[in-house]
Ligand binder design. Sequence first.
Ligand SMILES: C[S@@+](CC[C@H](N)C(=O)[O-])C[C@H]1O[C@@H](n2cnc3c(N)ncnc32)[C@H](O)[C@@H]1O
Length: 291
Amino acid sequence: MPEDTEYIAPNFVARLQNQKIIDKDVKGNKWLWEGRSGDYRYDGFGNPNYFFRGTKDRNPIISDSPELSAAEESYREILEQLINSSSSDRPVVALDIGGMAGITWCRLANHFRKEVEAGKVVFVVTNVESNFEDQFAKNVDRDTLHEGDLELFRKTKSEGLVKYITADVMSLRKTTIEIQGKSIRLLGNVDLLNERTAVTAHSRIPEIHIPRMLETLSDKGIYVCWDNTISLQFGDDYAEDRNIAFFDAINYSMDYFKLERISEIEEGIQKGEEVKPIILRKSGGPKIKAD
Ligand SMILES: C[S@@+](CC[C@H](N)C(=O)[O-])C[C@H]1O[C@@H](n2cnc3c(N)ncnc32)[C@H](O)[C@@H]1O
């Protein structure tokens, strides 16, 4: 957590109060998010038209296929590198923070079914609210799951291939997961950390939340954030201050946790192209590939 006031953006106290109200409402299940699928198949690491809520860029392809595509292929590459290079006695941990249904995590868990069953990799989705399944039912025309995706979600969840846990960003450091009789804490053990319209987009106090999120990364960890400054402006009076706080927190965390920012695709057909999400990586972490 930043101790230097240089890292505290304007209106911190007002934003903190705002955050407390939001936390109460979210935990009390009073919020209904627009994006609830956790489906990142429209996002491509090098794709300029990657899905971004609130723009016209979303390609409205209806796809129920459990096959991987676009960014999911890049996640597959990342996970293969992590699994193949692992010398640890714990599984590789892939965490989608604020992932709601975590459809992309379901597709990946199905793809890596053998490795999941062998305890080599674990897929975890967090949500603050415990009733996220009700959210699909409550407002069917906003971001429903397609029939095939819903089926995939139910099946993957019931088989335990994806672990759904209730946690907010502040409680991650105290959170453990149980795998084949072993207890693994998230703090310092997350190898792939993904977020879209979750902590970054909604935090009123990024100077506290971002370091709390990034401290979960392992020594080979990689963080992928699909949000940018625009998303921070959703329905909030302090958008500018939050932007300042967010980028301060990213810079502070890069220094403190020794993370490098990846700005170009490193391998594959799109090598050399700009990466669209914010990607931060520990040294020795997996490379970014996009075809
Ligand atoms: C709009 S949904 C995003 C779902 C999914 N990532 C997607 O893009 O389809 C927002 C998510 O952010 C999570 N979230 C909001 N505030 C959070 C916080 N302070 N800590 C952790 N998660 C948070 C919520 O629990 C919810 O899962």
